[in-house]
Design a protein around this ligand. Structure first.
Ligand code: GAL
Length: 767
């Protein structure tokens, strides 16, 4: 039985021997905890590096007498030494995997003092450290801590695989014979027997569309010790031509996720971990995620299991390979990653190379062997920036950064892998090739979206890419060697608060459950060179999009040149459409000719029109007896778009003949706030709870106002606290905050205000 030990800790930024024995100053904290809260921009990696300490009393009651007791740390960044009553018990040298320390023979009844000396410094003797790293590594007891209470004769491990969609293979490591049961999620026993193969003829498969899960309960017959594992019936196989889930070819459409958050770094509790998986699946329409560049919270992975997101996870590391001891630790990290995560049905691929490292056959022979021995059911891979590098894994994963806007979206498999017989996937694309801030000009944000679409399209079209993981889900803080000077990599399709940039719509529009309609252009003439609205791109999952100008139908937009993506963008290159016929009453021939001339004038400017169009225009004016004034009037009305009432553009997304979403673009000066919390019902459970709050400044038509870079004031009253600063700047009209419970039930009210909008309040209920 596991008991949470997340509450009741004390923390010091400076470890001392006295602290270990209960003396010295300390601050009360709860886990997950970051060694130092950081600002949003211009973070300094020196700030979170220290040798800090955590301690907590563990009371051993009579009820625990005769039990075996284990302390389990899910994540301690980065080198943790555990003490009990001043006695050193163990040291763990990886910030990204869990570890356990047995207390059975060292605890005394009554109060004991657990202390952890935590070295959060970037220590070159362990991965990922030793050279530069493009992300911050933070510090702290940033995941959960548990007391695991077991019987003397106990089960040490259970490993469930599903060789077929109706068979579970259950391997048990235990001190004495055990009994195995397979149960449905609602508790019905479907099969039972001894460890080994159990058949569940009516099992429903696990997949992104049907994430059915089952429970495997193992009981030690003599002692009654039990262990439960959630699993899914699924097969996962990489073949030369792609990835097969349950025998069906499935394209992995994913994004890379870091595990960091504004202010708190890695220290995000269960609710936020789960929320990121939800965002990936529901808001971004992904069916896959890569946990670059380390194993992540079990809550995140469990949510991937629950919602149906396929996971490529990997050992910690970034380009650099260290000396012999470092390599041993990398091998240990493979061992810990595989044994700790191998029951998650969502995980389909182990990354057993240091991300983007050069070849090291000795090391990677070892890492591959460990992964295959501990989990024969899954393929291995490892992420490279090298083409044709030594392939010891089952799948070649390549960061294909070849696309730069005007060339093919991706390299062919043949150009990259040395072995056409094995699987191949794109593990990263875009990222540093096109950093894009939420407040960048719309052209850049539109091109950012298009680049993601082009790579995805090329990978889908090739028929030989198993999948494609974009870099990356959201903007993240980094070291000085990377980022935009403020030490943020603006590589996300979302900002750091998980507000969507336009590129998010490329992913979102690949799913069918929620209508998506995003327009890449503001349609404000003042935002275009010479006032000419150029090509506009619309991202949607609708069947078609209808464009209206001032309430009058212009044209229907259709999907363009996408040979791989089911839904690429729609290009609007004609903002006149049938208006000359319907509004001016021109016969078709005349309307067509004049439209062509006006569009050319709009695109190139009157002076810059190609000669053929100029001649065409002259001929049209003679042919239809148009005066210069007529021409100027038509130009003003259909190209210039000024003078009259503000032009209202409306885009209607249509599915099965019905309008399912609508976007209106019109210059607007009336702003309002949109404030949405991930949850407003919070629960004080094993530890604090937290909600993410998304704040956007919208115009009167509901569009994000990208130039509303307003200071946003946050006031929280009641039984909760704000995380981070109480004033944030809306970047590209968007920002956010976090609300954390403080140990008491009740309620809290968050007020969000700016000088230009009506304040919005959000009420949180805390149970
Ligand atoms: C890759 C690297 C990522 C990130 C990305 C930015 O080379 O693996 O961690 O730095 O570049 O595009």
């Amino acid at each position: 039985m596991k008991q949470s030990l997340c509450n009741g800790w004390e923390f010091t930024q400076e470890w001392t021997d006295a602290f270990c024995r209960g003396g010295g100053e300390a601050q009360s904290v709860r886990l997950p905890h970051t060694s130092r809260e950081l600002p949003l921009h211009y973070t300094d990696h020196n700030d979170y590096q220290m040798v800090c300490g955590y301690r907590r009393v563990l009371t051993v009651t009579d009820a625990l007498r005769g039990k075996r007791l284990f302390l389990q740390f899910d994540g301690a960044g980065h080198i943790a030494t555990v003490y009990l009553n001043g006695q050193e018990l163990a040291t763990h040298r990886c910030g990204y995997t869990a570890f356990r320390v047995e207390l059975t023979d060292v605890v005394r009844s009554g109060d004991n003092l657990i202390a952890v000396r935590l070295d959060t410094r970037e220590n070159a003797t362990i991965p990922p450290f030793g050279f530069v790293i493009d992300y911050l590594t933070y510090g702290g007891l940033y995941r959960e801590v548990w007391l695991d209470i077991r019987e003397q004769e106990m089960i040490h491990d259970v490993f469930v695989t599903t060789p077929t969609l109706t068979t579970a293979q259950v391997e048990v490591t235990a001190d004495s014979p055990c009994r195995v049961e397979i149960l449905s999620e609602d508790g019905a026993v479907l099969a039972s027997g001894s460890p080994g193969q159990l058949s569940v003829p009516d099992a429903l498969p696990w997949s992104p569309e049907t994430p059915n899960r089952y429970l495997c309960r193992v009981t030690c017959i003599a002692s009654g010790d039990t262990m439960e594992v959630k699993f899914g019936f699924r097969t996962a196989e990489f073949r030369a031509d792609g990835f097969y889930l349950n025998g069906e070819k499935t394209f992995l459409r994913g994004l890379n996720r870091h595990q960091c958050y504004p202010y708190v770094g890695y220290a995000a509790p269960e609710a936020l971990q789960r929320e990121d998986a939800r965002i990936l699946k529901e808001e971004l329409g992904c069916n896959a995620v890569r946990t670059s560049h380390y194993p992540q919270s079990h809550y995140f992975i469990d949510e991937c299991d629950r919602l149906g997101l396929l996971v490529f996870t990997e050992i910690p590391g970034w380009q650099h390979i260290g000396g012999a001891g470092w390599k041993d630790q990398a091998c240990e990290n493979v061992r810990e990653m595989v044994t700790q995560y191998r029951n998650h049905p969502s995980i389909i691929l182990w990354g057993v190379r240091i991300n983007e490292s050069t070849d090291d056959d000795d090391l990677y022979r070892r890492t591959n062997a460990i992964a295959h021995e501990l989990d024969p059911s899954r393929a291995t891979s490892g992420v490279r920036y090298l083409q044709k590098s030594s392939l010891l894994e089952d799948v070649y994963s390549y960061n294909d950064f070849s696309h730069c806007g005007d060339n093919p979206g991706a390299l062919s498999k043949k150009a990259v892998t040395p072995d056409m017989g094995k699987g191949y996937l794109i593990s990263e694309h875009n990222g540093h090739m096109f950093p894009t801030k939420a407040y960048d000009p719309w052209q850049k944000r539109q091109e950012h979206a298009l680049r993601h679409a082009r790579v995805l399209n090329a990978a889908c079209a090739s028929g030989e890419h198993a999948g494609c993981f974009g870099w990356c889900m959201f903007d993240y803080a980094t070291h000085k060697d990377f980022g935009s000077g403020d030490r943020i990599c603006y590589h996300g399709v979302m900002d750091a608060f998980r507000n969507p940039k336009l590129a998010a719509a490329v992913y979102a529009s690949q799913q069918d459950d929620t209508p998506v309609l995003e327009v890449g252009s503001p349609m404000d003439i003042g935002d275009y060179p010479a006032g000419n609205i150029g090509d506009v791109y619309v991202f949607t999952n609708a069947d078609e999009v209808a464009l209206y100008k001032n309430g009058h139908f212009v044209s229907k937009l259709c999907y363009g040149d996408w040979n791989g993506l089911r839904r690429g963008s729609l290009r609007v290159d004609d903002t006149i459409g049938c208006l000359l016929e319907t509004q001016e009453g021109f016969p078709k021939k005349k309307a067509d000719l004049l439209r062509r001339c006006l569009l050319s004038a709009g695109k190139h400017g009157l002076a810059g029109m190609p000669l053929t169009d100029k001649l065409r225009m002259a001929w049209a004016m003679v042919r239809y007896k148009l005066t210069m004034d007529d021409g100027v009037a038509l130009y003003g009305k259909y190209v210039g778009n000024w003078g009259g009432e503000a032009t209202v553009w409306r885009f209607d997304a249509i599915c099965s003949g019905k309008v399912v979403a609508s976007v209106t673009r019109c210059p607007s000066a009336k702003l309002h706030l949109e404030v949405k919390a991930s949850r407003t019902a919070l629960t004080e459970g094993d530890t604090y709870d937290m909600a993410a709050v998304h704040i956007r400044i919208l115009d009167e038509f509901g569009n994000v106002a990208p130039y509303a870079q307003l200071p946003v004031k946050l006031t929280l009253e009641g039984d909760a606290e704000l995380v981070g600063s109480d004033t944030v700047t809306a970047e590209g009209g968007m920002c956010g905050t976090y609300v954390r419970t403080v140990g008491i039930p009740g309620h809290a009210v968050l007020t969000v205000s700016t000088a230009q909008t009506v304040p919005v309040t959000l009420r949180f209920q805390i149970d």
